[in-house]
Design a protein around this ligand. Structure first.
Ligand code: C2O
Ligand code: CU
Ligand code: CU
Length: 564
């Protein structure tokens, strides 16, 4: 009761443009060392009322990480939560052991310290926990942060990029609060909208072109963004980078997990108060956020109604337009990034995935949802993808509700929606795609750079309730095939003992020209070698999985050696 009347008040006030809260702008972390401390806290969402929350380096959300392409960054993620967790760099192309998926657990009171080179294009990414069955809890209670990657291609363009001045991070979320103002994690009654954890926010923006970095960090809800009076805006980037050219529009559907960078022209609007809204009345049925979350009114989602956000337009953010800065961006570039989309003819394989509820019938919107009739199993690797494979993934949604599908490791190009080429703003790099009921989406991606047979990458629905419920699968990228092909007649050196403590021996009849050792990250590892009477001893290996590469003429043999 309380929540509904409160929401009504907020909507009323925001349409009148007063009594609001200044938009919180997350602080920035940058440089070669990034330290995140995951902690419990309390946040004042409502005046004088404290809500229990989780956050990174604070009570709620986390700092924005600003990273440069090509930089080697060391992270340290300390877990002071009351649960185990993980930390995933959503959208970044990193080795699986650095990806922070459900297998890379950070126990309570311990610290995880991956380091990796930023390979990604300039775009807006994000980070969030990813422990199986716990992702929704940890994200809904507050842990999520933005990652801004910069590169030279983006730097060469005349774009707003002054963080918090003309370039604004907007983490848009909806949450459900109970009577005691505590967040309800497992809920289809998310009726409170917030941006950067600020309810009913306003932002003072200069009277010029501003850049809005949109992240839909909601557990379930899709937004249909638009400006007051249908003012056109320009989408310049999708999940994984700049589009080839700005895309002018008045509406943009943004599903959970998706990002978009927008340019909005506030030139000559000083003193005005435009708004960013979600035109949810225009969201087609079958998408969480529409009047009917399923394709038919008879399909119902527990707790979805009543909720004034479903199928009704609502304000996300109020702007107060101030005087322009001294050096404003005054136009939209005509061209943005140089993209070279993968072609269908490049594909090595097409994989078909279908989404369906476990139970059909009038209650099918409540899941549990499965991919290819299977629920996620930590012990089952669903696909082994050869390193450097180019693959088409064909996703068919046979359930009654839209699912935002996300894949780790790669950025992809959407080839088609129901056989038709996607709109121009979906022709850039993506890592999340909303697949509507009865729709088939095909995308293409190349799985390069990282292979590891032990640690899988995830793919899943980014509605966190669905993900935690098992609508997820995993794949490894494997280097096996190329190794096997190069084996042929080579008389394999027999390694013993294996596993070992860092020292092993081998004997081999053939001439060995060179030996190299790599760790699980693919980095070369030093060692010492001793040859006594044809028995070679290698010592000084590091703990973990090592790949020992023997070269003999044109032949190459890779052997795995485990040091424990
Ligand atoms: Cu944003 Cu697998 O996650
Ligand atoms: Cu991800
Ligand atoms: Cu889903």
């Amino acid at each position: 009761m309380k929540r509904i009347s409160l929401l009504g008040t907020l909507l009323f006030l925001s349409f009148l443009v007063f009594a609001q809260n200044p938009l919180l702008i997350p602080s920035v972390l940058t440089g070669a060392n990034i330290e995140l401390t995951l902690q419990t806290g309390m946040h004042e969402f409502f005046d004088g009322q404290m809500t229990n929350t989780l956050g990174a380096n604070g009570d709620i959300l986390g700092p924005t990480l600003i990273l440069n392409q090509g930089d080697l960054v060391s992270f340290s993620v300390q877990n002071l939560l009351e649960d185990s967790t993980t930390m995933h760099w959503h959208g970044l192309h990193v080795a699986p052991e650095n990806d922070g998926g459900p297998h890379t657990v950070i126990a309570q009171n311990s610290t995880w310290s991956p380091s990796f080179t930023i390979l990604d294009k300039a775009a807006t990414y994000w980070y969030h926990p990813h422990l199986h069955h716990m992702t929704n809890k940890h994200v809904s209670l507050g842990i999520a942060g933005m990652i801004i990657v910069k590169d030279s291609e983006e730097a060469a363009l005349d774009l707003p990029r002054d963080y918090g001045v003309d370039d604004f991070p907007l983490v848009i979320q909806t949450k459900d609060f109970d009577e005691g103002n505590q967040i309800v994690v497992q809920s289809n009654n998310d009726d409170v909208v917030m941006v950067n954890a600020t309810i009913d926010p306003y932002l003072e923006a200069p009277a010029q072109f501003v850049r809005l970095r949109i992240l839909n960090g909601s557990s379930q809800r899709t937004f249909n963004l638009g400006m007051t009076d249908d003012q056109p805006f320009y989408q310049i980037a999708s999940d994984g980078g700049l589009l080839s050219a700005p895309f002018e529009t008045t509406r943009l559907l943004v599903a959970p997990g998706e990002r978009a960078e927008l340019l909005v022209d506030f030139t000559d609007m000083e003193g005005q108060s435009p708004q960013l809204l979600s035109f949810a009345s225009e969201i087609p049925d079958g998408i969480y956020g529409a009047t009917n979350p399923g394709m038919m009114a008879m399909l119902t989602l527990d707790g979805y109604n009543p909720n004034e956000l479903n199928g009704n337009d609502f304000v996300i953010l109020d702007f107060n337009i101030m005087e322009p800065t001294s050096d404003p961006v005054t136009s939209v570039p005509t061209a943005l990034a140089n993209l070279s989309p993968l072609l269908e003819s490049d594909a090595d394989i097409t994989r078909t995935l279908s989404f369906a509820p476990e139970v059909m019938g009038p209650n099918q919107l409540n899941g549990m949802f499965q991919i290819n009739n299977a629920s996620f199993d930590m012990e089952v690797v669903n696909y082994s993808i050869p390193l450097n494979n180019t693959e088409i993934w064909q996703l068919t949604n046979n359930s009654g509700i839209a699912h935002p599908f996300h894949i780790h490791d790669v950025q992809f190009y959407i080839l088609s929606r129901n056989g038709v080429s996607p709109a121009e703003n979906e022709q850039g790099l993506k890592d999340v795609v909303l697949v509507k009921p009865q729709e088939t989406v095909r995308f293409i991606a190349k799985f390069e750079d990282f292979s590891n047979d032990e640690v899988p990458y995830m793919y899943h629905c980014h509605m966190l309730v669905h993900e935690d419920g098992g609508m997820m699968g995993q794949f490894v990228v494997s280097n096996e095939t190329s190794i096997d092909e190069s084996l042929r007649a080579f008389d394999n050196p027999v390694i013993y003992p294996n596993p070992n403590q860092g020292t092993f021996h081998f004997q081999n009849s053939e001439q060995i020209d060179s030996i190299e050792v790599y760790n699980a990250l693919g980095q070369e590892v030093g060692f010492t070698m001793n040859n006594r009477g044809g028995i070679v001893t290698i010592s000084g290996l590091v703990r973990g999985l090592n790949m020992v590469k023997f070269q003999s003429g044109d032949l190459m043999y890779m052997n795995r050696v485990l040091v424990d």
